[in-house]
Structure formats: structure tokens, C-alpha cells
Design a protein. Structure first.
Ligand code: FES
Length: 136
């Protein structure tokens, strides 16, 4: 499902009494099931120093990761179709403009014109079947 957008926060009663909800210090991005290994990513907006910038979440080898949707070569969004971030082998994130390749687990450049630069990583985690972005 390309171009999924984030979910609205919902209540959850699977925590211990008194345990703070993840929403208290984090922002809900999507359900865990929305991110399949090497599959489409989920795009979302990220507030960086008062500026709203595009970002995305993906799953790679079971873990979730998020990055600003901005290539390190030229500040352009990576996906060629909303939510399509992986190359055909589903091993690297690929920029649709000039083909820069990035390691999904770190955002580090692995080939192409990004030349040793990296994507900007965001702090993502899973809890209770949902994916959250940690607030700073
Ligand atoms: S803009 Fe991404 S590789 Fe050039």
C-alpha cells in the first residue's frame, strides 16, 4: 500500500497501571503491521525547528527506522512513488532522482552521488503493535 499516511492516536489498555502511554513522550506514526520488511514505507511530516519537513518510516530485517525524506546529494525526496523507498532487491534505500543508495539500518551512503554522506535519522520505536517517533 503505497503512500500510507500516519494514524491518529488511539487509546491502548495493554500497559501496567501507572505506566505512561507511549503517546506521552512520543508521536504515533502508524501501526506496526503497516511496515513490512523491505516493503512500502510510511510518509509523515516532521517538525524540525519549527519547519515542517517530509520524513518516512520503513522496516528492514525486522526493525523499524525513520529518516528525513531528503537525499544527501540534493535536497529532494527519495521516493519515486509515494512510499517506495527500497531498490528492487529490497536491500538499500534508493533515491529516485540519481540513484543514490543508502543503508536502511543507518542511512549511510552505500553508492551513487551521495558520496559518503547520510540520511538524517529519526528516533523510531515500536510498542503495543504501533510505531512511534520519540519526541526530543
Ligand atoms: S538527488 Fe538523490 S541522488 Fe541526486
Amino acid at each position: 500500500m503505497a503512500g500510507k499516511e500516519r494514524l491518529s492516536p488511539s487509546s491502548d489498555n495493554s500497559r501496567e497501571p501507572g505506566e505512561p502511554a507511549p503517546e506521552a513522550s512520543s508521536r504515533l506514526i502508524c501501526a506496526s503491521a503497516d511496515l513490512t520488511d523491505g516493503g512500502d514505507g510510511v510518509r509523515f511530516a516532521f517538525d524540525r525547528n519549527g519547519e515542517t519537513v517530509p520524513a518516512f518510516a520503513i522496516r528492514h530485517r525486522g526493525r523499524v527506522y525513520a529518516y528525513l525524506n531528503r537525499c544527501a546529494h540534493i535536497a529532494m525526496e527519495l521516493d519515486w512513488k509515494p512510499g517506495n523507498f527500497f531498490d528492487t532487491d529490497r536491500e538499500y534505500l534508493i533515491c529516485s532522482t540519481h540513484g543514490a543508495l543508502y543503508a536502511p539500518e543507518s542511512g549511510a551512503c552505500r553508492g551513487g552521488p551521495c558520496r559518503g554522506a547520510a540520511l538524517t535519522a529519526l528516533n523510531l520505536f515500536e510498542a503495543d503493535g504501533k510505531v512511534y517517533l520519540k519526541k526530543d
